[in-house]
Design a protein around this ligand. Structure first.
Ligand SMILES: [Zn+2]
Length: 102
């Protein structure tokens, strides 16, 4: 295919966001249950906002695409996108013959 791009994987970002929210909930649940110094450390770790959409470590979704027209009038559009971490993705191929009129 003729082009490629790396971007974030919606599925991995969703999962990372859920994991971070679970950490925050665990910290909230531990309030008053653990020593103050441990609570402060846990709260600081859970409070880190990773700006998930801008975090290039989550750019695990590779896109490849190609499109054009053949000499016989066949128009083609091919797209492949897949995450290297969770394997979420799609392959898409479409061809159509462009009617030719004199
Ligand atoms: Zn993924």
């Amino acid at each position: 295919m003729g082009a490629d791009n790396w971007t974030y994987c919606l599925r991995c970002v969703y999962r990372a966001d859920k994991t971070q929210e679970l950490m925050r909930q665990q910290v909230r649940d531990s309030y008053g249950e653990i020593p103050v110094d441990q609570f402060e450390i846990a709260r600081a770790a859970a409070a880190i906002d990773h700006e998930l959409m801008d975090n290039e470590t989550l750019y695990t979704f590779r896109e490849d695409w190609d499109q054009g027209v053949e000499t016989d009038g066949t128009v083609f559009v091919n797209y492949s996108g897949r995450c290297s971490e969770c394997n979420w993705g799609i392959d898409f191929e479409h061809t159509e013959v462009l009617p030719f009129e004199e």
